[in-house]
Design a protein around this ligand. Structure first.
Ligand SMILES: NC(=O)c1ccc[n+]([C@@H]2O[C@H](COP(=O)([O-])OP(=O)(O)OC[C@H]3O[C@@H](n4cnc5c(N)ncnc54)[C@H](O)[C@@H]3O)[C@@H](O)[C@H]2O)c1
Length: 408
């Protein structure tokens, strides 16, 4: 039996996937409301294919609980934020979970950390917790790192098909954990040491962040001198060795906007490109605001209440708002004393998160002259005609061209 600790965006689909593939699973979360919802037969977030996976796992006997279980395999998938001042990882959630596991696990147990951690976290923070409990690592307890790579919006597919990395002190233990993941994972599973697995995961997200920052910086350069960044990227990408990403309103979520900071925090004198990239991406919500105010002036829109913001999630077709560019932009608007003046709508977000949030497209569009498109949800892409009578600031390049459509 495996005990999956932390049933959020990563832990829940992972627990369900194991259960649906014949592994006995108890999923544990200390959030009693979340566990009650799952026990009542409902999923806790929206994701393509998640409800079907949930049904299969329930049929296969998955159990949800607030209690940690005594068993031989634990998979820990709890948050790993960064400290906003030091930029270093905040390991407190992982540490707390490992401590609880150590209180209950039998000798010989394997503890798999799935949470993304900065290189050296397991050495510096996790090993001492295990040793303090009197366990000898490698004899009484095996430590493994198995970082997750799936992307919200395509989680179920990617859980099945992505390649994975397993980091272990002992290759034989790594192979055993590889076999466990191979119960559902059809991708290639590389077994390596723990530090390499930690660094590899952080490097992957940093690579993405830097490439996004490059596109965003190009957007700023082109805007400053009257060039069309989208046309330039389209043509440059015809070069056989060039593949520039699309600029956008910033980077959000619990991965790409967080993990590169771990390297900045731990290697401040070296990780200068990485810091610049993070700062460039974090500057984009302000750049959108500046662009919006230029367009308002050009088109004679005087009242900010005539402008609406479409999209609160950090990316298309998900309900995750963590670190989202829209929330970052609204923080900035607060500083300019105009937060709450714009209507905000996101078809994926049913609860009220910000002031002046509405819950239907009709209510949103009523009375607006201009819409800032922050997220390219399918709802909008499938019916762009709803924006026909509006001036549009299209930060995601999803609204086509036209005299009323402005790009970054
Ligand atoms: N969200 C993503 O897209 C994504 C992708 C790849 C990797 N990751 C990594 O996966 C890890 C988890 O991220 P997430 O997005 O699933 O986070 P999340 O906040 O959605 O879920 C974490 C869950 O852990 C629970 N929890 C926290 N501490 C606990 C404890 N001590 N005992 C029991 N439950 C506890 C919380 O209640 C929450 O439900 C992070 O390290 C993240 O970087 C996330």
């Amino acid at each position: 039996m495996i005990n999956v600790i932390g049933l959020g965006y990563i832990g829940l689909p992972t627990a369900l996937m194991f259960a649906a593939h014949g592994v006995e699973v108890v999923g544990t979360d200390y959030d009693a409301d979340l566990v009650a919802t799952l026990k009542a037969g409902r999923t806790t977030f929206k994701e393509d294919g998640l409800d079907e996976l949930f049904s299969s796992a329930v049929e296969a006997g998955v159990v949800f609980s607030t209690d940690y279980q005594r068993t031989d395999t634990y998979i820990i998938s709890v948050p790993t934020p960064y400290d906003k001042d030091s930029k270093k990882i905040d390991p407190s959630y992982v540490n707390a979970a490992v401590e609880r596991v150590m209180e209950i696990c039998p000798k010989g147990a394997t503890v798999v950390i799935e949470s993304t951690v900065s290189p050296g976290t397991i050495d510096r923070f996790v090993r001492p917790v295990v040793k303090d409990r009197g366990f000898v690592i490698g004899e009484d307890v095996n430590l493994v790192h198995a970082p997750e790579r799936i992307i919200p919006g395509n989680m179920v597919y990617e859980l099945l098909h992505n390649n994975r990395t397993i980091g272990a002190d002992d290759p034989a233990v790594g192979e055993r954990v590889k076999e466990l993941y191979a119960s559902f994972c059809q991708g290639e599973i590389a077994v390596t040491d723990i530090r390499t697995a930690e660094m590899t995961k952080v490097v992957e997200n940093t690579f993405r962040d830097i490439n996004i920052a490059f596109a965003n910086e190009l957007a700023k350069i082109c805007r400053s001198d009257g060039m069309d960044v989208h046309e330039i990227i389209r043509i440059a990408n015809k070069h056989p060795r060039v593949n520039i990403l699309s600029p956008g309103p910033g980077v959000g979520g619990h991965c790409i906007s967080v993990d590169p900071w771990f390297l900045v925090g731990d290697y401040p004198g070296i990780a200068r490109l990485i810091r610049n990239a993070r700062e460039t991406n974090d500057s984009m919500p302000d750049f959108v605001l500046q662009r919006a105010s230029e367009i308002m002036e050009e088109r004679g829109i005087e009242a900010i209440s005539k402008v609406g913001i479409y999209g609160l999630a950090y990316k298309e077709d998900v309900d995750d708002v963590r670190e989202s560019p829209t929330l970052q932009m609204m923080e900035s608007m607060k500083r300019h004393l105009c937060a709450g003046a714009c209507k905000v709508y996101d078809p994926w977000i049913e609860t009220d998160i910000v002031a002046n949030q509405v819950h239907s497209m009709e209510e949103f569009l009523e009375g607006l002259e201009m819409v800032i498109v922050m997220v390219g949800h399918s709802q909008l892409k499938n019916d762009l005609s709803v924006l026909d009578a509006k001036i549009v600031l299209d930060t995601r390049d999803v609204c086509g061209d036209g005299e009323n459509v402005y790009k970054l």
